[in-house]
Design a protein around this ligand. Structure first.
Ligand SMILES: *Cc1c(COP(=O)(O)O)cnc(C)c1O
Length: 388
C-alpha cells in the first residue's frame, strides 16, 4: 500500500522528493467510478490501457467497476491476477492467433472484436468450435469532436459492418456492434452520430444485435479543454438508447480517461533554472507524453516548503524534461511564479490518464513512486485557480 498524506504539500514537506511522485486520490477515483457506473445504463468496462496501475484499478473496482476492456494477453492476465472473478473483454480488432488461443483457452474470454472477415476466421479457427462467443463488429465513425481520432486505424464502414454481422450470425455467434469515437471527445454529439450509423447497420443487416458498445472517449478536464459534463454525455447516450428502442440489447461503454484523469496528480522537482527555462525531473519520455501534440495542457501548481512564492509576478517558462534529448520539452510555455527556483516543486494535476501507462526508461529515468493523497487537485467552478 502506498503511503498516505492529507495534501500534496505534506508530501513535499515530508519526502522532499527529488524523483517524480504520483499522488493518487482514492476517494476521487472511487467516486468517479461510482458516478459513472450509476449513470451509464449498462455495463461499464474500464479501458485498462489508460492506467493499468494496480492501485488505480483497485479504487475503480471499489467504486463499482466490474468489467475490464483489455487489448492484449498481458492486460487480461493483469486483470485476472488482481480480480480473479472479474470479466475481461478482448476488444482489439487485430489479434495474433496465439493471443486468441491464449485468451480463449487460458482465460475463457468470450467477447472479441473484429472489423474484417479475416479476423473472424482467425477467431473461429483458434477457439475450437466454441459457439458461445460474442463477436462485436467495430464500426468506423466519422470524426466528431474527438481530439484523438482512431477510425483511420480501426473500424469497418457501414456496409462492410452489416455483412460482417450477417457472417457472425451465420456462424452461430452472438452479435455485437461497437465503436470508439476517439479519445478526449469534448461534445456528446459524436456519440449521437455513431448511434445513428448503428441503427442503419442493424436495420440493413437484419441481424439480432445483442450488444452495443459505445466505447470510450469521455473527456477529462484540462487547462485548454474542459469538455461537456458527464451528465450531458449520459443524457445524450440515454436519449440515443431510447431512440434505438432495442429492449433485448445490452449496452456497454469503455471509459478510460474520464475515470482516472482527475484522480492522479504528479509532483515534479525543478533541478535547474536557466533564466526563463526550467529543467524538471519528468518529461515527454516519462509521464508527460500526452502534451507532445500540444493538444492537452495539464493544470499546474507550484509548491515550496521554505518560504512563499511571490504570487504577484508570473513568467512564462520553457520546461525541459530530464533526458538528454532536445525533444524532451513541453510544447507550450507554462506560467509560474517569477521567483521559482531550483528545489521548488511543480505539481501537474489531472494526469491519471495515459501518463505512467506511456512512460519509458529512456536515459535511465522512470517515474514510479506512488503515494495517496486526501485533498483533490483544486478545480473550482470549472476553473483551475492556480497560476498556470
Ligand atoms: C483507448 C480505448 C478506450 C479508452 O479510451 P478513453 O479515451 O481513454 O476513454 C476505449 N475503447 C477502445 C477501443 C480504445 O482503444
Amino acid at each position: 500500500m502506498p503511503r498516505h498524506f492529507d495534501t500534496t504539500f505534506d508530501v513535499v514537506k515530508e519526502l522532499k522528493p527529488s524523483y517524480p511522485v504520483y499522488c493518487l486520490r482514492p476517494n476521487i477515483l472511487r467516486e468517479t467510478a461510482q458516478r459513472f457506473v450509476e449513470m451509464f445504463p449498462g455495463d461499464v468496462l474500464y479501458a485498462v490501457k489508460c492506467n493499468p496501475h494496480p492501485e488505480v484499478m483497485r479504487y475503480l473496482h471499489e467504486g463499482g467497476v466490474r468489467h475490464f476492456d483489455t487489448a492484449s494477453p498481458e492486460e487480461i492476465a493483469l486483470v485476472r491476477r488482481q480480480f480473479p472473478g472479474m470479466k475481461a473483454y478482448f476488444m482489439h480488432p487485430v489479434k495474433s492467433r496465439d493471443a486468441i488461443r491464449n485468451a480463449h483457452r487460458v482465460f475463457g474470454i468470450d467477447h472479441y472484436v473484429i472489423d474484417t472477415v479475416e479476423e473472424l476466421e482467425k477467431i473461429r479457427e483458434e477457439t475450437e468450435g466454441d459457439k458461445k462467443l460474442v463477436i462485436h463488429v467495430r464500426l468506423a465513425t466519422p470524426p466528431a469532436g474527438a481530439t484523438y481520432n482512431l477510425s483511420a486505424k480501426f473500424g469497418a464502414r457501414p456496409m462492410v459492418a452489416a455483412e460482417l454481422l450477417k457472417k457472425v450470425d451465420e456462424y452461430g455467434y452472438e452479435a455485437g456492434l461497437c465503436f470508439h469515437v476517439g479519445s478526449q471527445c469534448t461534445t456528446p454529439n459524436g456519440y449521437r452520430i455513431a448511434v445513428e450509423l448503428i441503427r442503419q447497420v442493424v436495420d440493413f443487416s437484419g441481424v439480432q444485435v445483442r450488444h452495443i458498445d459505445v466505447g470510450g472517449g469521455f473527456p477529462g478536464q484540462y487547462m485548454n479543454q474542459r469538455g461537456a459534463s458527464l451528465e450531458e454525455f449520459m443524457d445524450e447516450i440515454k436519449d440515443c438508447i431510447r431512440w434505438l428502442d432495442m429492449p433485448d440489447t445490452t449496452f456497454m461503454c469503455e471509459p478510460g480517461r474520464a475515470l482516472v484523469s482527475s484522480g492522479v496528480s504528479l509532483i515534479t522537482q525543478v533541478h535547474l533554472r536557466k533564466e526563463d527555462t526550467l529543467f524538471i525531473n519528468d518529461g515527454v519520455y516519462g509521464s508527460l507524453s500526452e502534451t507532445v501534440t500540444g493538444q492537452l495542457r495539464y493544470p499546474v501548481r507550484p509548491l515550496r516548503i521554505n518560504g512563499e512564492f511571490n504570487q504577484e509576478e508570473t513568467l512564462d517558462f520553457t520546461i525541459y524534461g530530464p533526458t538528454c534529448d532536445n525533444m524532451d520539452v513541453l510544447p507550450a510555455a507554462v506560467s509560474l511564479p517569477a521567483d521559482i527556483r531550483e528545489g521548488d516543486w511543480i505539481e501537474f494535476g489531472h494526469i491519471g490518464a495515459y501518463s505512467n501507462a506511456l512512460a519509458t526508461h529512456f536515459n535511465g529515468f522512470f517515474p514510479e513512486m506512488q503515494v495517496t493523497v486526501g485533498e483533490a487537485f483544486p478545480f473550482v467552478d470549472g476553473e483551475f485557480p492556480y497560476v498556470a
